[in-house]
Ligand binder design. Structure first.
Ligand code: ADP
Ligand code: ASP
Ligand code: MG
Length: 412
């Protein structure tokens, strides 16, 4: 039998009625002749609640117990989905991550998938089971402890299963009907893309578009998984949603494919550090050792042998970054006059493969921001993206302005 992977996100399994609605979509695919692997998320809001409980109980929590708690949301929906399907006379059973077992690294709360043995689930399919319902987001470490794959990780579970079981397709059912030129919650001019290239989706996801977890896109690209994003609230057919595919499979596209944003950014400035060889290594080495994910970096102009160094990192890593810098200062590795943390910033980015062959994208972007009087604090570029850090209060305005400036409401 051909295998299909169907993943349902939090809003798609938010209550029993929605689980019923999702189960009907699964039953329809079974009736079409597929063996189905269903990956479920926790009911919407559940994971946030669990994280909150952990943080209230133990601010500097043991990451292994964090994973034991936050993985439980998916456990519940997997069982409920299997029961719902059984009530519909569809032979189904549930698996928790450790039962498959989905082997991961021991990086608790951000574990990476190492392998997914097929034998157990294959055997059940051979015996007549039609649907394997697997709890997303969870795995098991080499030490035998429960792990989780990072927020949004059920997308990655789904793609990993599609790769391991050579599924015909991996369908990600969510609360929007596809990938848009920008988050449709920010502007109603956002346009659904029928197709998007892996590389563009990868950039959009890593720059904040949470419709797919970044690692899921990476995994799909590497394993040539046919990945589709579609709505769990609509009737769909073969052409519904957005197909994430190779660049060659897209006929026409705009220079800029989409605009992404991230509220979760902080701008840190080390004031007056010595401008000498090795200073960047002395700053960013300890930050990396402390697990701080530094994104943008700017070294300002040097005066009398001293300079300011600015970098950005996720807001929840600010105290970790501060502690690492204070330690490096105390140990005499670096010397600075002050460390300023600005957490009222946001990152806005434009992404498009077309940038490789079209000049002037940056100029157009900066012009559009100037027209709205938005000050740019930091800029970074790569081959197919340009990101700016701006005051958070202008974030929506910036996204809308860039969406207009690059004519994203109309297909290229
Ligand atoms: P799920 O719970 O199904 O995993 P998520 O909330 O993780 O869903 O992701 C879907 C959300 O992603 C949408 O509701 C939308 O607000 C947001 N989003 C951000 N950028 C985009 C984009 N470019 N296209 C579509 N959705 C986007
Ligand atoms: N429930 C997890 C989260 O909210 C994983 C997921 O939904 O993909 O992050
Ligand atoms: Mg998600």
């Amino acid at each position: 039998m051909p295998i299909l992977v169907m993943k349902f996100g939090g809003t798609s399994v938010a209550d029993l009625e929605r689980i019923g609605n999702a189960a009907q979509k699964v039953a329809r695919e079974v009736a079409r002749g597929y063996d189905v692997i269903v990956i479920v998320s926790a009911m919407s809001g559940k994971t946030n609640e669990l994280v909150d409980w952990v943080e209230q109980t133990s601010p500097l929590f043991d990451a292994r117990e964090y994973d034991a708690v936050v993985s439980s949301g998916e456990t519940v929906t997997a069982g409920l989905m299997a029961l719902t399907l059984q009530e519909m006379d569809v032979p189904a059973r549930s698996w928790q991550g450790w039962q498959v077992p989905l082997h991961t690294t021991s990086a608790h709360s951000a574990a990476r998938i190492e392998s997914i043995p097929r034998d157990h689930i294959d055997q059940k399919f051979d015996e007549g089971m039609k649907v394997a319902v697997v709890a997303g987001f969870q795995g098991i470490s080499p030490e035998g402890r429960i792990t989780t794959l990072g927020r949004g990780g059920s997308d990655t579970t789904a793609v990993a299963f599609a790769a391991a079981f050579e599924a015909e397709r991996c369908d990600i059912y969510t609360d929007v009907d596809g990938v848009y030129t920008t988050d449709p919650r920010i502007t109603d001019k956002a346009r659904k893309l029928p197709r998007i290239a892996f590389e563009e989706m990868l950039e959009l996801a890593s720059l904040g578009a949470k419709v797919l977890q970044t690692r899921s896109v990476e995994l799909a690209m590497r394993n040539k998984v046919k990945l589709r994003v579609l709505s769990s609230f609509e009737d769909n057919d073969e052409t519904s949603g957005t197909l994430v595919c190779d660049e060659e499979d897209i006929m026409e596209s705009n220079v800029v494919a989409g605009v992404a944003y991230s509220r979760d950014e902080a701008k840190m400035t080390l004031v007056s550090v010595a401008d000498r060889p090795g200073i960047a290594a002395a700053i960013f080495g300890p930050l990396s050792d402390a697990g701080v994910n530094v994104d943008m970096i700017v070294q300002n102009i040097s005066e009398e042998g001293r300079t300011d160094m600015t970098f950005s990192c996720p807001t929840n890593q600010v105290s970790r970054a501060e502690a690492a810098m204070e330690k490096a200062k105390a140990e005499g590795e670096i010397n600075y006059h002050g460390l300023i943390a600005d957490t009222d910033v946001a990152k806005v980015s434009v992404v498009g493969i077309g940038m490789r062959s079209h000049a002037g994208v940056a100029a157009r972007m900066f012009q559009a921001l100037r027209d709205e009087n938005i000050n740019i604090k930091v800029i970074t570029t790569s081959e197919i993206k340009i990101s700016v850090l701006i005051d958070r209060k202008y974030m929506e305005l910036a996204v809308q302005a860039l969406h207009d400036a690059f004519d994203l409401a109309t297909a290229g």
